[in-house]
Design a binder for this molecule. Structure first.
Ligand SMILES: N[C@@H](CCC(=O)N[C@@H](CS)C(=O)NCC(=O)O)C(=O)O
Length: 378
């Protein structure tokens, strides 16, 4: 299924931008002097009307993603093919994970039903085009927020749900303890990822050389690395934790302590639909605010009776913040009740007690020494 949306993207390259740009028409004094005062006044007088009708036409177009999702009765969410802890399917085809839970949270806010989501697995090279074409409503797939992904694809990142960085997984037999010892080694990299670019930067900056084995899918990469066709698997540290579990002998591999880049991961939407952007962004913020206020899936019913102003605004017993966003006022209560707060989602899928065992680190709340921070609901 696809939703037809206008193509709001900028040209892909500066040279294309240069070709596409036409000189602006500069009004000539002689041409302007032909305007009579009455003609000019009439033009100015009709401007508010023209603007109003332009806005009236623009409003429904801008709100089309939420409408399309409601009419369809389900959110369509782009995820990865299978990254344990982030988005993977069990034997029965049920999806779970940290990225999956963001999609479920959006569905909970809209439908009061976290199950109304269709998941579309997308590989690294196809993900942004799929979102832009309208094949998915939101991309929630371990994607790094970079400037060019917004400017060249006509997309916009809504939040940072996971602060990550690029690391290295190596065969223990290699006997290295630091990335600086990787001179001359070969790297398995997935095409279309920030990983390729980071490795190039790091090796250039440190005057080292390397070889690459570039493959299109994660499965191919993992097989190649496991079989020893490359020495190093380089990608976001969170993914290294997930992928190490799929190797034949996980204990024979180690994640080096070096982190060589910033990889802020989060959901992405198309530019041009501010209402939808707001909903996706505030879904994440609601979960972070809920954790900060001590509201969880276990305490939500008590929170509905709370007298605390901040809790009342979060759960919708005060104000009409949800309605202002095109949702119902209990939108955040639905998210927390059906999916959980940020900390619950983190711990369940990727935290220290999960299979991945990733410490919260930077993803602790700002009140706990991390940098997860949400603006207030008020
Ligand atoms: N965060 C990086 C990497 C994302 C990425 O696609 N990583 C690969 C692993 S190297 C992956 O998760 N693949 C999963 C898949 O193809 O389904 C980015 O946005 O470019």
């Amino acid at each position: 299924m696809s939703i037809d949306l206008p193509n709001p993207s900028l040209p892909a390259s500066p040279s294309a931008a240069g070709r596409a740009r036409r000189p602006l028409p500069i009004p000539q004094p002689r041409a302007r002097s032909r305007w009579s005062f009455r003609g000019r006044f009439a033009a100015w007088a009709s401007l508010p009307l023209a603007l109003a009708s332009a806005l009236a036409v623009a409003a429904p177009a801008a709100a089309q993603t939420l409408n399309a999702v409601r009419e369809r009765g389900a959110l369509v969410c782009g995820v990865s093919h299978g990254l344990i802890g982030f988005s993977s399917q069990d034997d029965k085809g049920n999806w779970s994970g940290f990225d999956v839970d963001l999609c479920r949270a959006i569905a909970a806010a809209i439908f009061d039903d976290a199950g109304k989501v269709r998941f579309v697995p997308l590989d690294a090279t196809a993900r942004f085009a799929a979102l832009k074409s309208g094949a998915v409503d939101v991309l929630s797939r371990n994607s790094t927020w970079t400037m060019s992904r917004e400017t060249t694809f006509g997309l916009i990142f809504a939040a940072v749900t996971y602060y990550d960085g690029q690391g290295f997984l190596v065969h223990k037999a290699l006997n290295v303890e630091s990335a600086l010892e990787l001179d001359g080694k070969s790297f398995c990299l997935q095409t279309g990822t920030t990983g390729e670019l980071n490795v190039a930067d790091y090796f250039r900056a440190n005057n080292m050389t390397y070889a690459t084995v570039e493959l299109a899918s994660l499965d191919e990469i993992l097989k190649a690395y496991d079989a020893g066709h490359c020495d190093v698997f380089a990608t976001d540290v969170s993914q290294l934790h997930a992928e190490r579990l799929r190797l034949a002998k996980p204990d024979e591999h180690v994640i080096l302590p070096d982190v060589i880049s910033k990889e802020p991961l989060g959901p992405v939407v198309r530019q041009g639909d501010d209402q939808w952007f707001t909903i996706v962004k505030w879904t994440h913020f609601a979960m972070v605010n809920a954790e900060e206020l001590g509201v969880s899936s276990k305490t939500i019913e008590r929170a509905m009776q709370s007298d605390k102003p901040e809790v009342k605004r979060l759960v919708g017993t005060a104000g009409n913040f949800g309605e202002q966003a095109g949702l119902s006022n209990d939108w955040a209560a639905r998210i927390v009740r059906l999916v959980g707060n940020y900390g619950e989602v983190f711990e369940r899928n990727i935290g220290t007690k999960s299979r991945l065992g990733i410490p919260r680190g930077l993803n602790h709340l700002w009140t706990m020494g991390g940098i997860q921070y949400a603006p207030p609901i008020r």
